[in-house]
Each structure stands twice: as C-alpha cells, then as structure tokens.
Design a binder for this molecule. Structure first.
Ligand SMILES: [Fe+2]
Ligand SMILES: [Fe+2]
Length: 140
C-alpha cells in the first residue's frame, strides 16, 4: 500500500463519477468509508475503529447494491444476474478478509488493498456498463 496514512487512499474526483447522481453519491460514500478505515490503521484503538468503519461499510454497500440491483431490474439490464453475483462475492470476500484480519492471520492492509482494487475494478467496468445501458435506455 503506497499511500501515506494522512492522505486519502482513494482521492475522489470527477474521473470516478459515472454520471448517475445516486450511484455516484453512494460510490463517494464508500470511498469516504474506505479512506476513514485507512486513517485509523495506526490508531491505538485500531480494531475498534476499523470494525466500526467496516460495519458502516457493510450496511452502506448492502443499500447501494440493493439500489443498483433494483435499477437493473427496472431497466431490464441483461447482465443483472452476473452483476448481482459479483456483489454477493464482494460481501463474502470482505467478510473472509475481515475474519483473517481479526484473527491476525493477515494484516489489515490486505483488506484495504482488496477494497481499493475491487472498488476501482468493479465501478470502472461493471457499474460503468450499467450506467451506459441506463442512459441509452432512457434516451430511447
Ligand atoms: Fe456500485
Ligand atoms: Fe455494482
């Protein structure tokens, strides 16, 4: 992990925005939580703070995934089952990595690396495709 603890791990910018107000607002919320988690890695009460951020992130991600999946249903997105399966896979992987961090089997940095990589990969490919489809559908 290259970023300094004081600097945000993910810097939100227009480059990360996909052009759907709700999805972008929720993605920014996820970025804020990942950055907050990162800022607590050197805290004396690191485990408490990281777990607090993770709990918020689970709830936030659940709501976000639910909204994206409802949108897919509404617009008849053809790839919705695979996209939804990727959301479930993310929740499972985050859960497994959290367990490994809590039991000292892996450093918290591994969990954060996974979250950052997943966020960039998933939003720039899967979510971007969904937003493009939604825009094309609403234009027709
Ligand atoms: Fe998303
Ligand atoms: Fe998604």
């Amino acid at each position: 992990m290259s970023s300094e603890r004081g600097a945000p791990l993910i810097a939100w910018s227009d480059d990360l925005a996909l052009g759907d107000a709700t999805i972008d607002r929720q993605h920014k919320g996820l970025v804020d939580l990942i950055n907050e988690m990162h800022s607590h890695l050197d805290s004396p009460d690191r485990e408490t703070q990281v777990m607090r951020c993770l709990t918020s992130m689970y709830l936030f991600a659940k709501e976000h995934f639910w909204d994206e999946e409802a949108l897919m249903e509404r617009v008849g997105y053809p790839d919705r089952e695979r996209h939804a399966a990727l959301h479930r896979e993310f929740v499972q992987q985050t859960h497994d990595l959290t367990d490994r961090s809590l039991s000292d089997a892996a450093p918290y940095e591994d969990l954060l690396d996974f979250l950052v990589t997943w966020f960039h990969d998933h939003t720039s490919t899967e979510d971007a495709k969904l937003v493009t489809f939604v825009k094309a559908t609403s234009l027709s």
